[in-house]
Structure formats: structure tokens, C-alpha cells
Design a binder for this molecule. Structure first.
Ligand SMILES: [Zn+2]
Length: 438
């Protein structure tokens, strides 16, 4: 364990360098062309067998893929910003997943997952915002790494290098480094699972830096993620003159508003927590026009996959009948989805063991059931567990002192000293799993 820890210490600046580069050129879900091309390039240089693009993403299972226009712009931007030209043709148009495999011998396959996407947020240009002060703030206006996935991508490359340069320490089995696009909005994991990327994986580990948690606080298995469905709903009516012929129109806004109030009235479930939110309502009408089209963004969540299913089905019924009430048509586009799954104590225990021996870890909790957001890594957990494997998702506090910024905010940042610690946790856990299974 010690040798790997020392090695990681030695490449700390390089890991931070990766993070700053990704931070400067953030890309949102399915547009991570530059990011993924650099990951491919680095993994190949470290000797991995690398697959990417359509080889790791199932086209039909992608969710919430942006418009062709947005994808094309991302591709052009990646070319200008130093994307690796030899790979970007194969990953453009929303195929930005990368998987690097290294085999050491016979034995189990361990998957380590890193998400790589950014968010549509304008980054802070305040002098006390470190990325701005140190000149690695986003150059892609309106896009920002404000959840730490720049750090996750950098951790993934740090792990890749550490393993490759210490290959002799791993005597059996294989490692599969999974770089997943479009985690935000829970849109990407399902397409990699459907493609079969997890089918030969016996153990899978994912993790997240938490800038709003005490530096070095480690939770080895998180079970509080809610199952969720994201729906884009369109009500289609018929426009007409609001004064001259209101009876000839079909009012899409009325249908939508009927739906909004009823969606928020869905009864709670006695088996656990549930959520519903209509967060956006956009109408194409005007004061004197019966509104033709109204779009609505909705999400449902549940403490179990079944509870989310209950809320989702209830919501679908309300949407259908609200449209019918006002003689409108409707379309539902499912743009994101995740399920519930629980971490295995056996593998969380390995993370705990590594945590005990890692400098900088300040507190350790084996399993947390605290309800939180949603995480599409649970699709990977579910697939591995259904095949008889084990999985865990750990979180690692990365606050700098008392500065604990919220995720998905303009001033988000984490203390970069957490990056090598995360690399140590991934690589040492891998070492333990593979040596236990020799
Ligand atoms: Zn995140």
C-alpha cells in the first residue's frame, strides 16, 4: 500500500494540472469531445486497451442528447481548444464515453467509474474564486465545472497512470477505467450499461468529491440516492385570435397549468420519500393569442425505484388527462433516469480499510443512508450486483477550511489536495481487491 501512496504523492502536481486543464475547458453532457479525446490520448500513452465512442455507448439508450446544432458547435470548439484530432471524429455527435482496460492476469475485473461532464452555469469572476484568480476559470462562457467532475476526470487519469507505472504490484485480474459522459441530469450511465460495458465486471467503485463536506471526511458506501425520472413534456394546442375566435383555439397553457397543480398534488407514498417538481414552463403564445404550444420540465424522485415508478405513472396519467381536458395533444420525452441501488458492505469495508491508512482522511463512516440527490452510477451498481458482483459509491469531503460552497453554484470550488487522496483510495482498493482474489 505504501509504495502506491508514495507514487501518487509524486504525481500530485500532474493530477492537479489535469484538473485545471479540464476546468478551463468545461463541456456539458454528450459534448465532452475535448475532454474525452484527451482522456483517450492519455490512456493510450499509459498502455491501456482503449475503447470509445460507439464501442462503449449504446446510441438508443442515451438520454437528453442535445440538439445537432449544439453537438456541432461543441465539436468545432473542441478542435479549436486543443482536442486530440485523431479521436474526435469517433466521439462527436454525443458518443463521448471512454473505457480503458488493463489486464494483469486471470481473475476478477474491477471497474472504476469517473464522470466527466460540466454544467450550464456562468462561472464566478470574483477575485476570491481561485480558478479565476489563478487563471484557469472556464473559457467556455456559460459552462462551468461546478460539481467537481473536472476533478473526477483528473482522478481517473491519476489512477490510470499510477496503475500503469506500478503494474508489477497487480498480479491478477483486470482493471476497467470507465469515463462516463452526461452524469448531470442522469443521462449517460444507462447507455454504457446497455452497451454491455459492465457485463464482465465483478466489482465496481464510483466516488464523488463533496466540496460542501469537511476535508477528508470519507463515507465508504452511500445508499441515499433517489430513483428519478426526468420528463420534458410538450402540450400542443391550436392558436387562434383571443378576442375574435377564442372558441376556435385549443389552449396548451391551460392544459399545462392544469397539469402543474395536479402534479404537485400527487399523494405521498407510505413506503418512503418521494419528490416531484415542475421547474420550467415555457409558452409560445402572446396576450392576444390562444397559446399554441407549452413545454414543461418535470422530475420525479423516489426513495426506491418502485416509489419513483408510482410517482412517474401518476404523473403520466395527469399529463394525459390534462391535455385531454383542453383538447390538446401531448408528447413526453424521457431525458434522464436513474434507479436505486445499495452499496455492498464488503467492498465499502475495503474503502474503509484504505481510508484508515491514508494521510489526510479526517473521519470515516462505513455506510450512509442519508437521502440526497440522484446518481446514475446506480445503473452500473445494479448491473454488477445482478451478475453476482459487488459495488460501492464513496464520497470524499473536499472543503477548504470553512469554505464549503454548494455544488452547482457559480463560486463552486474544492481544495485540490483532495485529488491525490482520491487517487490513493481508488488504486489501493483495487490492489486489495485483486490480491484478495488471486
Ligand atoms: Zn456531480
Amino acid at each position: 500500500m505504501k509504495e502506491l501512496m508514495n507514487y501518487v504523492e509524486g504525481i500530485k502536481d500532474e493530477i492537479i494540472g489535469y484538473r485545471r486543464d479540464f476546468h478551463k475547458y468545461p463541456e456539458t453532457g454528450w459534448t465532452e469531445v475535448r475532454t474525452a479525446s484527451i482522456i483517450i490520448h492519455e490512456l493510450i500513452s499509459y498502455g491501456y486497451d482503449v475503447k470509445y465512442g460507439r464501442d462503449v455507448i449504446d446510441e438508443g439508450s442515451r438520454m437528453g442528447v442535445p440538439s445537432g446544432e449544439i453537438l456541432r458547435k461543441a465539436y468545432e470548439r473542441a478542435k479549436e481548444n486543443g482536442g486530440k484530432l485523431e479521436y474526435i471524429e469517433d466521439i462527436k455527435d454525443g458518443f463521448t464515453g471512454v473505457v480503458g482496460t488493463m489486464k494483469f492476469g486471470e481473475g476478477p475485473v474491477v471497474g472504476l467509474r469517473f464522470d466527466i461532464d460540466a454544467l450550464n452555469i456562468l462561472e464566478s469572476s470574483s477575485d476570491d474564486h481561485l480558478p479565476f484568480k489563478e487563471e484557469f476559470a472556464s473559457v467556455n462562457e456559460g459552462v462551468m465545472h461546478s460539481c467537481g467532475h473536472d476533478g473526477h476526470a483528473a482522478i481517473g487519469l491519476g489512477v490510470a497512470k499510477t496503475i500503469a507505472m506500478n503494474k508489477d504490484k497487480f498480479k491478477a485480474g483486470s482493471v476497467k477505467l470507465i469515463f462516463q459522459p452526461a452524469e448531470e441530469g442522469v443521462r449517460g450511465a444507462k447507455s454504457m450499461v446497455t452497451k454491455g460495458i459492465l457485463d464482465d465486471v465483478d466489482y465496481v467503485i464510483g466516488g464523488h468529491i463533496m466540496a460542501n463536506e469537511e476535508f477528508g471526511s470519507l463515507v465508504c458506501g452511500n445508499n441515499g440516492f433517489l430513483a428519478t425520472t426526468k420528463l420534458d413534456v410538450k402540450f400542443i394546442g391550436l392558436p387562434s385570435h383571443a378576442g375574435g375566435a377564442p372558441n376556435e383555439g385549443k389552449n396548451s397553457l391551460l392544459a399545462a397549468c392544469t397539469a402543474v397543480l395536479n402534479l404537485h398534488s400527487i399523494p405521498r407514498h407510505n413506503q418512503g420519500a418521494s419528490r416531484i417538481n415542475v421547474g420550467s414552463l415555457i409558452v409560445d403564445g402572446d396576450r392576444n393569442i390562444i397559446p399554441h404550444q407549452t413545454t414543461m420540465k418535470v422530475e420525479t424522485r423516489g426513495q426506491t425505484t418502485e416509489i419513483n415508478e408510482y410517482i412517474k405513472e401518476y404523473a403520466e396519467r395527469i399529463i394525459k388527462n390534462s391535455a385531454q381536458m383542453h383538447d390538446c395533444k401531448y408528447e413526453i420525452d424521457y431525458v434522464g433516469e436513474s434507479i436505486c441501488a445499495t452499496s455492498d458492505e464488503e467492498i465499502a469495508g475495503i474503502i474503509q480499510e484504505v481510508g484508515k491508512h491514508t494521510d489526510g482522511i479526517t473521519s470515516i463512516q462505513l455506510i450512509s443512508d442519508k437521502p440526497s440527490g440522484s446518481e446514475d452510477f446506480m445503473f452500473m451498481v445494479d448491473r454488477v450486483q445482478k451478475n453476482g458482483g459487488r459495488a460501492t459509491y464513496f464520497t470524499l469531503g473536499g472543503a477548504q477550511g470553512d469554505f464549503k460552497p454548494g455544488h452547482h453554484t457559480q463560486g463552486f470550488d474544492f481544495y485540490e489536495e483532495i485529488l491525490p487522496i482520491a487517487v490513493k483510495i481508488f488504486t489501493n482498493s483495487l490492489e486489495i481487491i485483486l490480491s484478495n482474489n488471486k
